[in-house]
Write a new protein. Structure first.
Length: 365
């Protein structure tokens, strides 16, 4: 196993830390700062966390409710960044896990009167994980390696099928969904819209973010980094690339399920769009805008896209979708690595494992 990990390190450094990093360092100031040893990523994460902690103290009540929704969507975006940013799986069906968990906890609340946070959130996470495991097993664990197009269309089909099923199933409320979901509770306390729900969601986001950060900086994350940079080489070193993809796809589904559970209780109802193609595309835009493969980029992307959408829809009600689309297009055209690339270099985005390349060059005769 250690031999394989050493080979993966060579693959990552050869593909991500060699010619690519040198050229990027020469071209961009952000990469130059990363190469000089200054860690930009922790600074960005700290600034975002402090801003999130202080937000309810300065925002009006209705904006705190909106900010809570945004943080839940940031958690959803985090699930997609794990799948696409770290494993290269373009999932156009991430809303399937998000919405199915929302419907699951809504049914628990409606039919069984179960709203305890210690039951509904784990249940939603398990629902998302189970759906991702089933879909990922079908798409990724075939006899032959699955192509990017096959997985993209497969997840897109799954999301579309779930949307049509929800709209036509009377037990799920059909077109109207399931309204008037009872508030989430803990003991005798009910979590309603406001600062308490905000800080609950923020705390969950921070915990999940730290777990994801630990995962992508672990030996498993090292294999994922090699998989993202050069899948064929990782397979040559003996890794089962499709199994790695299936594992991270399932983990992403679990995170999406947790987000969907929180979203259902925060909004108070679920509807077919939650499992559909529109929401699946929406989360792709979050990560594209913020920057894939960084985790914090997904969070920043969700906050900016939702914040700009809210402001534009309030001030330019007739043409705000056009303006937002143009902004997204400009970012994708001129900053293909997302807004996070303004401050984060390629070396730090890919990650450093083992000895630094500079130290290796100094040790060489």
């Amino acid at each position: 196993m250690l031999k394989f990990m050493g080979a993966a390190k060579q693959a990552v450094h050869a593909d991500a830390g060699g010619e690519i990093d040198v050229s990027v360092v020469e071209r961009t100031g952000a990469a130059g700062r990363a190469a000089s040893g200054r860690k930009i990523l922790p600074i960005v994460e700290g600034v975002v966390l402090v801003a999130a902690l202080l937000a309810p103290l300065v925002l009006q009540d209705y904006l705190t409710v909106f900010a809570t929704r945004v943080i839940i969507l940031a958690l959803f975006a985090l699930s997609f960044d794990l799948v696409w940013g770290y494993a290269g799986i373009m999932s156009f069906g991430q809303a399937l896990f998000f919405g199915s968990a929302g419907y699951g906890v809504a049914l628990l609340a409606r039919d069984l009167d179960i709203t305890n946070i210690l039951l509904v959130l784990p249940a939603g996470t398990i629902i998302g994980l189970t759906f991702a495991l089933l879909l990922g097993g079908f798409l990724l664990l075939g006899r032959h390696p699955s192509s990017v197009i096959f997985v993209s269309l497969g997840t897109l089909t799954g999301s579309y099928a779930a949307d049509r099923l929800a709209r036509g199933w009377y037990y799920l409320g059909g077109q109207n969904g399931i309204p008037s979901i009872a508030p989430m509770s803990l003991g005798g306390y009910e979590f309603t819209e406001g600062p308490a729900f905000y800080y609950l969601v923020l705390g969950i986001l921070v915990v999940v973010y730290l777990l994801c950060r630990f995962l992508v900086r672990s030996q498993f994350g090292l294999a994922l980094a090699g998989l993202r940079e050069n899948e064929q080489r990782i397979a040559f070193f003996g890794y089962k690339a499709q199994h790695l993809k299936a594992i991270i796809f399932t983990i992403g589904g679990a995170v999406a399920g947790l987000a969907g559970s929180l979203y259902a209780f925060h909004e108070g109802f679920v509807w077919p769009n939650m499992v559909g193609v529109v929401v699946s595309t929406q989360v792709v835009l979050y990560v594209l805008f913020g920057g894939s493969g960084t985790l914090i980029g997904a969070v920043i992307g969700a906050v900016i896209v939702e914040g700009v959408s809210f402001w534009l829809s309030d001030n330019y009600r007739e043409i705000w979708p056009i303006i937002l689309g143009l902004l997204l297009l400009l970012v994708i055209l001129f900053r293909p690595l997302g807004l996070i690339s303004f401050v984060l270099g390629e070396r730090e985005r890919v990650g450093s494992f083992g000895a630094k390349p500079k130290e290796k060059r100094n040790a060489a005769p």
